[in-house]
Design a protein around this ligand. Structure first.
Ligand code: ZN
Length: 462
């Protein structure tokens, strides 16, 4: 039996994040939260805990969740500056991904996860569609286990346009991943879903959403990210994307809709009626100048909204706290109302209630999964704060994820990644990225013979 005791910390507990202790403690035994309370730690716990973490200046919260990313884009960081979505896909993302080896996928996944971990993330939803053998999915899953983070690995698919696959091929691959996840580590679960409606036929949506539903898997997809794609989709089907999905019985509580920037009030009503979750990626939307999602209208309809960074290609970062601040400010700006998305509500957008297994309490509660993020708020730029939660939301530059616990194990220990040699990983990734760009025919600064070897870190890791 292992135990970790965090003492004298500012603790935000509960699924709604409404309860907090200015000075409190949390006890983790094995993979679960065993107890928590305000005030001083009982002596007997202090004496018996295997590991005691000092919490002065530290905020303890349920682990952050990055609800949408593409780890295979880690090496694409900075390559799509100044491009819109279609340009980024055609000129950068697809050519680079087509040249990636299975080893590149493994390294990119590890590095992307480390960046998430350093942002305080305990769980990611990885939307994965890459043109390799099915075994590359194994590498992605294994990278989560190696770093010690949770991952919902979404097998992405498309049956129209670039990278189209036959429905039978998609099902064979998904069935393989499904069996792998059932037999493998508790840290990795499976999701399923199209890359986006504009890349799918009516038949594939009907067939494959049902396939996922029959197995209790979430369906996860990009929707209505750009005005251009919505127009094209309507030309093809006669319906806007959310209307089309609704007509195909492809909305429901098991469905996660990423982006939803260009949605009408009627479409928002359909999302609310279905119980689907929206995954909002504000930094990616701004990076591509795709638009501003009407988050305040979603909240008015009690639609569950979670946050994702999206992949490196359309963000350059995996910083979920930066995403959180942008989400809050954009929602208030679009609503022209500073009371939209208050701090406590905003924090629920990075919690893991949508990923918790049935009948398992989420948040910090007795019996909840011990996925905790400890943030150091003692830096100079955060001193004299009155409300640590507000500081976390609005001053992410001063909030340093310090220690991260996943499934009762410390995976980031006072700033040190536990599961791997980070320096060696960065070195390997830099070398692999250079070779990848050469294979893809992408010009890099490192191609400039005037640069010395030491000046060639095209992949800036952290
Ligand atoms: Zn995405």
């Amino acid at each position: 039996m292992s135990s970790i005791l965090i003492k004298d910390a500012y603790v935000i507990t509960g699924n709604d994040l409404q309860d907090s202790y200015v000075c409190g403690w949390v006890l983790v035994i094995d993979s679960k939260v065993a107890a928590h309370a305000s005030g001083a730690v009982p002596h007997e716990l202090l004496a018996s805990a295997e590991r005691v973490l000092e919490g002065k200046g530290i905020l303890v919260m349920p682990g952050f969740v990055n609800s949408h990313t593409h780890l295979s884009q880690t090496f694409v960081r900075g390559r799509a500056d100044g491009l819109n979505l279609l340009e980024a896909l055609r000129e950068v993302i697809w050519p680079i991904q087509s040249a990636m080896t299975a080893e590149d996928v493994r390294l990119a996944s590890l590095l992307g996860l480390v960046e998430n971990l350093r942002s305080g993330v305990t769980s990611v939803i990885e939307h994965n569609k890459i043109p390799y053998p099915a075994s590359s999915l194994d590498h992605v899953a294994e990278s989560a286990v190696q770093v010690g983070m949770r991952m919902c690995l979404v097998r992405g698919w498309a049956d129209l346009g670039e990278g189209a696959e036959r429905i039978e091929t998609i099902i064979d691959s998904a069935a393989r991943l499904y069996e792998r996840c059932r037999a493998g580590s508790d840290l990795v679960s499976m999701g399923f879903g199209p890359m986006a409606p504009w890349r799918c036929s009516e038949n594939s949506i009907r067939t494959l959403v049902r396939w996922a539903r029959d197995r209790g898997l979430p369906t996860h997809m990009h929707v209505a990210e750009t005005q251009q794609e919505v127009r094209a989709h309507k030309r093809r089907t006669g319906l806007r994307p959310i209307e089309w999905l609704y007509s195909l019985d492809a909305l429901g509580p098991d469905v996660q809709l990423v982006h939803c920037v260009w949605v009408t009030d009627h479409e928002l009503d359909l999302i609310a009626r279905s119980g689907a979750t929206v995954i909002h990626c504000p930094v990616s939307n701004m990076y591509l100048a795709a638009g501003i999602a009407p988050v305040y209208k979603m909240l008015e309809r009690n639609i569950s909204v979670k946050l994702g960074t999206d992949g490196q290609a359309t963000n350059n970062s995996q910083n979920v706290l930066e995403t959180l601040k942008c989400a809050v400010l954009l929602a208030r700006t679009r609503a022209k109302n500073p009371r939209v998305l208050p701090t406590q509500k905003a924090l629920t957008m990075i919690n893991g209630e949508h990923l918790a297994p049935p009948n398992t309490p989420s948040g910090i509660a007795v019996g909840s999964r011990a996925d905790l993020t400890l943030v150091d708020l003692s830096a100079a730029r955060n001193l004299a704060i009155d409300d640590p939660a507000s500081s976390l939301v609005h001053n992410h530059a001063g909030a340093l994820p310090h220690t991260v616990i996943v499934n009762g194990k410390i995976v980031l220990d006072a700033g040190k990644v536990v599961g791997l040699d980070e320096v060696a990983l960065i070195r390997e990734c830099s070398s692999a990225a250079q070779q990848l760009f050469r294979r893809a025919g992408i010009t890099t600064r490192a191609s400039n013979p005037g640069l010395s070897g030491n000046e060639r870190p095209v992949v800036s890791a952290l």
